[in-house]
Every structure is written in structure tokens, then in C-alpha cells.
Write a protein that binds this ligand. Structure first.
Ligand SMILES: [Zn+2]
Length: 380
């Protein structure tokens, strides 16, 4: 290796000397009216040096700045990952003025300290809408819907395909029961989302349409048909059956209930239908016929709703504790026990989300944790 180096240096020196010897004569240069005489090889070498030196200097300065920038980001992220948000903020605040992606990490550090409202004031880059979407998302978690909506709309005005902003706006519209806006946002989400979540977003749109069908009576049939076309869930199915029962098309309602039994979603469908005594009476023959297939808790609540207390006795052993208590109270002849039963019935929330929040009626979106499709029927 050393021999090769020496050989290379010798060859290079010899070639350099030949070049100098061949170009040692003087040439005339005229610059600003003054004439200079310079050996040609000096002129060539100076041109080479300047040609290399200037770009080298330019890239050196750029590299120094880039290294400082990268170090700042790395240190900031590592502080944040180790639980030092204040130190992370110190490192990232300068960089965040010219880089919106890093501004997001800075906001995360601020949010970690529970000071998201201070995040609105900091001097950071906000051109692409990432920062606005982040602030909207955080303020939504703080239940500050008005401010959140303002930031999310601003994010969308900067980038109409910001999926996170669209999803959050959809959630706010649902919470505020502005269901037409909710449908519009979810349709955009479905159009823009990636292939892997198409089915989930279809299911959510189907649930929103089913939910909206009760608040938008003029469009009820269209909404429900569209919901069923998109995704046949227990909810879209139950809402369609409910509509058929209200229209007194008992034949179609029963046909759909049979389908719910085949699909294995009959317990959820019956739980949704069990809020209306009249509806239950109309489908009582199917319920009796398929009694064995129905979850005992669901069945007991149907019998309680219809005041068929004698039907409860054979179910007693199979019931969960709260329903058993309710059934016992209703079976009693004492007035006080019965009013206790009624209170229990009001307090009992059969639908429960994976976050622990429980509800009297099924909701497509949990109002506490803001997730979709996570509310299930207790014990099913
Ligand atoms: Zn929840």
C-alpha cells in the first residue's frame, strides 16, 4: 500500500514538473487597464485552485449548518423520548421557525407539559397546515370544539387532503350532532384514505348514515339504503328493521330479523329494537320461536320491557348479576321492589366501549375516547 502511495506521488510530481517546464513562458494579462506578465502555469494553477476552493467553501458552510440542524433535532427528540419536554423545547424552538415537521415535535413537547394553549402562541412555521391540524386535534381532546374547528378548517384550507384534519372535523360534527356535515366529511375521508382502511371507513360511513336516518326524516329511506349498501352491520340492519316496523312493513322486518339470526348479530339487533314495546310486540313470534338462540340478558330485558314477568323465571339461573337483580325486583309483588327494578332499569347501561364508558343506547362513536365501532353489547 505504501509503495503504491510513493509511486503515485512520484508520478504526480514528475507530471507536475513536466507541466511547469512546458508552460513556464510568460503571457500578458490586461485587467482594469494595467498589463501584467504572468507565467502560464501559474495562471492555470490559480484558475484550478479558485475553481475548487469556492464550491468547497460553499459546501463546508452548508455542511456545518446542516450538522448543527441535525444535532439540534436529534438532541430535542432524545430529550422528549426520555421525558424532558422543557429541554426538548429549548433545542427545537429555533429549528421550528423554518421547519414545520420539527414544529410538530416542539408542539408535542409543549403538549406533554399540558400547555397546549401556549402552543398557539409560539413562533413556528405553519404554512403546510400540519401545525394547525395538530392543534385542532389536541384542542378536540380538551373538548374546546370551537377553537379546534377553527384550526382544523385552517389546516384544510392549506391542504384539502389532510386526512387527520378531516377525521377530526367529522368527529366534532358527530359530537355536535351536525350530521349532514359529518356525512360530508366522512365521504371525503373515504375517498382519500389508504386502501388498507377503506373497509373501516366504509363501515363508519354506514354507521353515520344509519345514525343520521333518525334525525333527517325526509332522507331516511335513502340514508338507510345507502348505509346497507356500504356495509351490513348489526346497526345498519337494526335501523332498517326499525324503519320497516314504523312503516308497518312487518313482513320485511321479520325477513331482516331472520337474516340477523343467520349473520349472528341478532342479540345486538334485538337490544336496539327492545327500546320500543310496540315493535317488540310485532316481532314477538320470532323471538319466542328462536328463544334458545337469544342471549338470556337480552331476552330478559325484552320480557321486562313487555311486562312478561312470568317468562323471566326459567331464565333466572342464566342471567348476569344486574339483570338478575332487575328481574327479581320486577317479579316481586311489593311496590317498593318494583320501583327499585324501574330505577335499576334506568341505571343499567347495556352498551359499553373498550375505554370503559357505558351507554343506554348504541352509538357509532364513543363520546369519551372518540373512537368508532368500539361500543359493544355487554355479555355478548
Ligand atoms: Zn370509548
Amino acid at each position: 500500500m505504501n509503495f503504491l502511495k510513493v509511486l503515485f506521488i512520484v508520478i504526480f510530481t514528475v507530471l507536475f514538473l513536466i507541466f511547469v517546464a512546458q508552460h513556464a513562458y510568460y503571457v500578458k494579462l490586461n485587467f482594469l487597464g494595467i498589463t501584467y506578465e504572468v507565467p502560464l502555469f501559474v495562471l492555470v494553477l490559480v484558475s484550478f485552485a479558485v475553481g475548487f476552493l469556492l464550491p468547497a467553501l460553499y459546501f463546508l458552510v452548508k455542511d456545518i449548518r446542516q450538522t448543527a440542524f441535525t444535532k439540534s433535532i436529534t438532541r430535542g427528540i432524545s430529550y422528549l423520548a426520555r421525558g424532558y419536554p422543557q429541554k426538548a423545547e429549548g433545542e427545537l424552538s429555533k429549528v421550528s421557525r423554518r421547519n414545520e415537521e420539527i414544529a410538530l415535535i416542539l408542539l408535542k413537547a409543549i403538549a406533554e407539559r399540558g400547555e397546549i394553549y401556549r402552543g398557539e402562541e409560539v413562533d413556528i412555521k405553519r404554512d403546510a397546515g400540519f401545525v394547525d391540524a395538530f392543534l385542532g386535534l389536541k384542542l378536540l381532546r380538551y373538548r374546546d370544539y370551537e377553537k379546534a374547528k377553527g384550526y382544523l378548517l385552517s389546516a384544510l384550507s392549506k391542504d384539502s387532503s389532510n386526512l387527520l384534519a378531516l377525521k377530526s372535523l367529522r368527529n366534532i360534527s358527530f359530537l355536535e350532532k351536525d350530521l349532514e356535515a359529518c356525512i360530508k366529511h366522512q365521504e371525503s375521508v373515504l375517498k382519500l384514505c389508504e386502501k388498507w382502511e377503506k373497509e373501516t371507513q366504509k363501515r363508519i360511513l354506514s354507521d353515520i348514515l344509519s345514525y343520521a336516518s333518525e334525525s333527517l326524516p325526509q332522507q331516511r329511506k335513502d340514508l338507510l339504503e345507502k348505509a346497507l349498501d356500504l356495509h351490513r352491520s348489526f346497526y345498519s340492519q337494526a335501523m332498517w328493521i326499525k324503519y320497516m316496523l314504523e312503516k308497518e312493513d312487518v313482513k320485511e322486518a321479520k325477513k331482516q330479523i331472520e337474516k340477523a339470526f343467520t349473520m349472528g348479530v341478532h342479540n345486538q339487533v334485538l337490544a336496539i329494537l327492545s327500546q320500543n314495546e310496540e315493535h317488540l310486540t310485532r316481532i314477538m313470534d320470532i323471538i319466542k320461536e328462536k328463544e334458545e338462540l337469544i342471549n338470556p340478558d337480552v331476552l330478559a330485558r325484552i320480557y321486562i320491557k313487555l311486562h312478561l314477568f312470568t317468562q323471566l323465571r326459567p331464565l333466572m339461573e342464566k342471567l348476569s348479576q344486574p339483570i338478575k337483580l332487575m328481574a327479581t325486583a320486577f317479579e316481586s309483588h311489593r311496590e317498593m321492589d318494583r320501583s327499585c327494578g324501574e330505577m335499576l332499569q334506568e341505571l343499567y347501561k347495556p352498551w359499553v366501549c373498550s375505554c370503559g364508558e357505558s351507554y343506554n343506547n348504541y352509538l357509532p362513536m364513543c363520546e369519551k375516547c372518540l373512537t368508532w365501532g368500539n361500543i359493544t353489547l355487554r355479555g355478548v
